[in-house]
Design a protein. Structure first.
Lengths: 354, 234
């Protein structure tokens, strides 16, 4: 049975294979040799810390993945002896994944951003826990991010990140964005929606999309859009009202300590204000404001937070602004009128005097 | 029309603004200017000039510090001015001149009637006519009111203890519009009285020299002129 599938796979590789692929004969030799050991179901290694490393791999391992047409040594190219004298190194994806490659990999350098990211620099510093490409994208079963089953697909990426960031995953899972992602809402952001894909930095790094002064812009990419927010009955002018507030203006001019969206709404644990666990639930507002403004009281939580004085719904604020607007215009007109009247009268007065 | 000549040959002049008033006027001018610039920067922060000025001041936090420093100066002047006007002899004398009387409102109406051609005679003013008095009281009360809203906004942590959010929104709106209103009044009213009015154009220099021509006084403030004449000053 396995042989038939294999033959089909090879035939496909033969038909579709591009330049640089091993010839059918080479591929067969490579695979035949590898599966002598790796094709045994119990082929595994017990590591010193007691973990079991499964070393089982067959010709089916790549089936259905984007690397379907590849063979073992295309990636494990450092393996040249059997049994391996040295432990084979972890696969280096940049062997093929760079712009201008001839291997048929996507022509993109986007993945190079990884090397400057929080993860890439951690690897470079020698942190053994930091993730390489395959830790997020998977090993043999790598799919395109757009394919639903991919470990970095929107529906699954949180789980993938959560393998290391477990507490954050727990917070996110029950947040409004997490729930929306789980429901399959295409607009909702998973981890990468806010943090970026390869260029993930610490939120304390000015390059980060979630750095204090970038948060508002990052949230606005969706929350300012009437077409996205309209679908879910969320107001899109929260962004504009924030920008015109003391907080927003200070943020815009580079203050790192002023409140941005996340300061009040939370980060991974954002919930709708109607949720009693929300940081912006009226019950919790005094505590949330109190982080910066000690003494904020329940009274302060009354009424709307995001107020636009130009909108009728703002009630007394709107009418006061309107009153002052016409008072100012009226005063201005009255003064100008008086000035011209006075000038006109003065010429008459002087003429009369002569 | 003959111009009065003094002993030195120049026109006869009388003191209109004492040294103390010139100092107060100068301080008021500087602090109002700084407050207006730093205030409108925030009110119209989208404007490119505002952004340029904020950068010039070294950021939005410095803008606030400058604004509040000027505000402290202004409020200190207001307190000093109240005491000066009520306690010192020179101040009390000036204060009496500034008190609003029924005559001022009559003058105002009569001036309008005259300007419209409905009355035969233009009102005769004392040292300060209705234009000066209305401006003085408007500015003083305006500065007092804008100080109140300014303090509420400045002490936001105290305000948040007592006031609901919409009260602070309201305070901010009122503070901004109060500033705009004071600015408009100064621009159109003060500019006219002491700069554009044909009798003083391009500028009444009393704020620098303290003096005005007796001839000007005779034309624009005849009651004051006659009073000084009666006292033998002229």
């Amino acid at each position: 049975m396995r042989g038939t599938v294999w033959a089909a796979g090879l035939a496909a590789a033969l038909v579709l294979g591009g330049q640089g692929f091993p010839t059918q004969a080479e591929a067969r030799i490579s695979l035949e040799k590898c599966v002598i050991c790796h094709g045994k179901g119990e082929f595994r290694k017990i590591l010193v810390d007691g973990k079991i490393r499964d070393l089982f791999a067959t010709g089916d391992s790549l089936k259905g993945s984007v690397h379907e047409k590849k063979t073992c040594v295309d990636c494990h190219f450092d393996v040249s002896e059997i049994p391996h004298r040295a432990r084979p190194r972890r696969v280096n994806c940049t062997h093929c994944h760079y712009k201008g490659n001839a291997e048929g990999a996507p022509q993109s350098d986007a993945s190079l951003d990884y090397f400057g990211s929080a993860h890439g620099t951690a690897i470079a510093r020698g942190n053994p826990k930091a993730p390489l490409c395959q830790d997020c994208h998977g090993n043999h079963q790598i799919l395109k991010a757009k394919q639903e089953g991919s470990s970095v697909a929107k529906g699954r990426v949180a789980e993938t990140c959560g393998r290391c960031h477990i507490e954050i995953y727990a917070e996110f899972k029950t947040s409004i964005h997490g729930v929306a992602v789980a429901r399959g809402i295409a607009e909702a952001p998973a981890c990468t929606g806010c943090h970026g894909e390869h260029r993930i930095y610490s939120h304390l790094d000015p390059k980060s999309t979630v750095y204090a002064t970038h948060v508002a812009a990052q949230c606005s990419t969706c929350h300012e859009s009437v077409s996205i927010m309209g679908k879910f009955g969320i107001e899109a002018d929260q962004v504009a009202t924030y920008r015109n507030s003391f907080h927003g203006v200070a943020d815009r001019f580079g203050s790192k300590t002023v409140a941005n969206c996340a300061s009040c709404h939370g980060t991974h644990d954002i919930r709708p204000s109607s949720d009693p666990m929300s940081k912006v639930n009226p019950k919790n507002v005094p505590r949330t404001c109190g982080k910066c403004h000690p003494g904020a009281n329940p009274n302060f939580a009354l009424g709307k937070m995001h107020v636009d004085a130009r909108k009728k719904e703002s009630g007394i604020v709107y009418y006061t602004a309107l009153f002052f607007k016409y008072l100012t215009i009226g005063t201005m007109l009255a003064l100008i009128l008086h000035i011209f009247l006075d000038m006109y009268g003065r010429t008459r007065r002087l003429r009369g005097e002569k | 029309m003959k111009t009065m000549r003094g002993e030195s040959g120049g026109p006869v002049q009388v003191i209109r603004m004492s040294f103390m008033f010139r100092v107060q006027h100068l301080l008021l001018m500087v602090s109002l200017f700084v407050l207006a610039v730093t205030g409108f920067e925030l009110m119209y922060h989208e404007n490119r000039l505002s952004r340029f000025l904020i950068d010039l001041e070294g950021g939005i936090l410095n803008r606030g510090i400058i604004h509040r420093a000027a505000a402290v100066a202004l409020m200190a002047q207001l307190v000093f001015h109240v005491f000066y006007m009520l306690v010192s002899r020179a101040g009390r004398r000036e204060f009496r001149e500034f008190l609003l009387t029924a005559k001022d409102f009559d003058d105002f109406l009569q001036a309008i009637r005259f300007n419209l051609g409905l009355a035969g005679e233009y009102p005769r003013f004392g040292k300060y006519g209705y234009k000066e008095k209305f401006q003085y009281w408007g500015a003083t009360i305006g500065i007092f009111l804008i100080s109140l809203t300014g303090i509420v906004l400045w002490a936001e942590n105290v305000s948040m203890r007592f006031l609901p959010k919409f009260m602070l929104d309201l305070t901010l709106i009122i503070h901004g519009y109060q500033g705009l209103l004071i600015f408009v009044i100064l621009l159109f009213w003060h500019l006219y009285i002491v700069h554009l009015h044909p009798s003083v154009f391009p500028m009444n220099r009393a704020w620098l020299t303290g003096r005005v021509d007796a001839e000007w006084l005779r034309e624009e403030h005849p009651l004051e002129y006659e009073k000084l004449k009666g006292e033998g000053v002229l």
